[in-house]
Design a protein around this ligand. Structure first.
Ligand code: TRP
Length: 360
């Protein structure tokens, strides 16, 4: 069986550090492992519209921003097909057929959707498209016969629901679709990066993000303003590292080389953590170290983004060619799906023959 990756993001804003550690860096690693036969990265504009129907402009603006962020991080259009969801209409077609295999109560139980409904105050006025987006996400994944979906852990319920749809389809119509599995980052500190304000999640709507495209000054200002341990008032106070975003970021980013380069009095993160917990280590020093590391990580990404920003036409070409290529694959799968379902009337000579005989 071919090894195929599909993953993607909603274009509702620029991508940030949470996306980077949660999924982007993993994708780039998998891409460069050369272990995959095909890789598709989707800019999920149609999914973004499910709760932004009246805000098309936001989506139109952010498709290109997300594309720039992808390219900046090292998604290589020669190895990965970057495409725009709405330009592959077969995905809508598949969603319509899959929706017959899913119950309303199953959709209402999806934990990620449930949480999003709460967050958006939809309660009594949930757009049908929003409630059913997990079905469309199943179409995104299965249209490419993807077996691997690198995502953040909030997407696990979507992959689970996709697997159920695949099983239901295959048992109803015969083996056609591939059951995908999610790939999460190995470092558990990368699963869900907190915001710079210490809130559980880095999120655009909470305004607590460090964006991949932030300037060096913005990065520094944000790091220096980060929430730490509110009880660590004086340097000599013992500090808490557990719910301390500065230490969570360090756990996600700091390598032993960084200590050699920026903070040679400590060998590694364990030593730094121990000192903080013991007392006698100030927040400023730790934040400065984190800033040094983040500047080092983000500089090449920002520079690469700048290069592509000068060539927006080329980026649109990458998206155009990617969308065309993605569509070719989706067309192939959709025709297999319709054949399995028996709605391929004009290709089914037996059916036509049978009907001729019926009336002879
Ligand atoms: N739901 C994802 C998000 O909110 C975006 C997405 C759409 C996706 N289709 C996908 C992710 C298929 C993985 C696979 O960012």
């Amino acid at each position: 069986m071919k090894k195929i990756i599909l993953t993607g993001d909603r274009p509702t804003g620029r991508l940030h550090l949470g996306h980077f550690v949660g999924s982007l860096s993993q994708r780039v690693m998998l891409q460069n492992s050369d272990k995959y036969d095909e890789i598709y990265i989707e800019i999920a504009d149609a999914q973004a519209l499910t709760d932004n129907a009246d805000n098309i402009e936001k989506i139109r603006e952010n498709v290109i921003e997300v594309a720039l962020d992808y390219l900046a991080c090292g998604i290589d259009p020669k190895k990965s097909t970057i495409f725009i969801q709405s330009q592959v209409p077969e995905l809508c077609e598949l969603s319509f057929y899959y929706s017959n295999l899913v119950t309303l109560s199953r959709l209402q139980r999806n934990p990620t959707v449930k949480q999003e409904i709460k967050l958006r105050d939809f309660e009594t006025s949930i757009p049908v498209g929003f409630l059913t987006y997990p079905i469309s996400q199943a179409a995104d994944i299965t249209a490419f016969l993807a077996d691997t979906v690198p995502v953040g852990d909030d997407q696990l319920p979507m992959i689970e629901q996709t697997r159920e749809i695949v099983r239901s389809f295959n048992s109803t119509y015969g083996n056609t679709l591939v059951e995908p599995k999610a790939v999460l980052p190995e470092n558990e500190n990368c699963l869900r990066l907190p915001g710079i304000d210490g809130k559980a999640k880095m999120s655009k709507s909470l305004g607590n993000c460090i964006y991949l495209a932030d300037s060096p000054e913005e990065i520094k200002r944000k790091v220096m303003s980060m929430y730490t341990d509110p009880n660590h008032l004086k340097i000599e106070d013992p500090g808490n590292i557990k719910d301390n975003p500065v230490f969570i970021y360090l756990s996600a980013f700091a390598k032993d080389e960084h200590f050699k380069k920026y903070l040679p009095e400590y060998k590694n993160l364990d030593e730094l953590k121990a000192h903080y917990e013991r007392g006698g280590l100030g927040d400023m020093k730790v934040k400065k170290f984190l800033n040094d590391i983040l500047q080092e990580v983000l500089e090449p990404i920002r520079n690469k983004r700048c290069e592509y920003q000068k060539n927006i036409k080329e980026v649109y070409e990458i998206l155009y060619n990617g969308s065309k290529k993605a569509r070719e694959k989706a067309i192939l799968t959709t025709s297999k799906v319709k054949e399995a379902m028996g709605i391929n009337y004009f290709e089914d000579e037996d059916l036509i023959k049978k009907h001729i005989e019926k009336y002879q």
